[in-house]
Design a binder for this molecule. Structure first.
Ligand SMILES: [Zn+2]
Length: 88
């Protein structure tokens, strides 16, 4: 019996801890070894990591300041143009 081998079931159970960097180094090494040898778990890890990053990014930056300014400027300009037209 190879005690160092982990199964896909083991891997998926540890996946969220692995992505949170919450696993101990020995287990982390085993999980990384499994990803390298198992395409299915690699895809699951990659997809889950990207999804987490998107959600974290949305939390940190609900609306980037620069985008907000551009939006407000565009609205102000449009309003000014409307006023100029109706004023003539
Ligand atoms: Zn696997």
């Amino acid at each position: 019996m190879q005690s160092s081998m982990i199964t896909c079931k083991d891997f998926l159970r540890e996946l969220s801890d692995y992505l949170d960097d919450a696993t101990d180094p020995a287990l982390r090494a085993e999980l990384e070894k499994h990803i390298n040898e198992c395409p299915n778990c690699w895809v699951v890890t990659d997809t889950t990591r990207k999804t987490i990053q998107v959600y974290k990014g949305m939390d940190l930056h609900p609306l980037p300041e620069a985008v907000h300014h551009k939006l407000m400027n565009a609205l102000a300009q449009r309003a000014a143009q409307k006023q100029a037209k109706s004023g003539s």
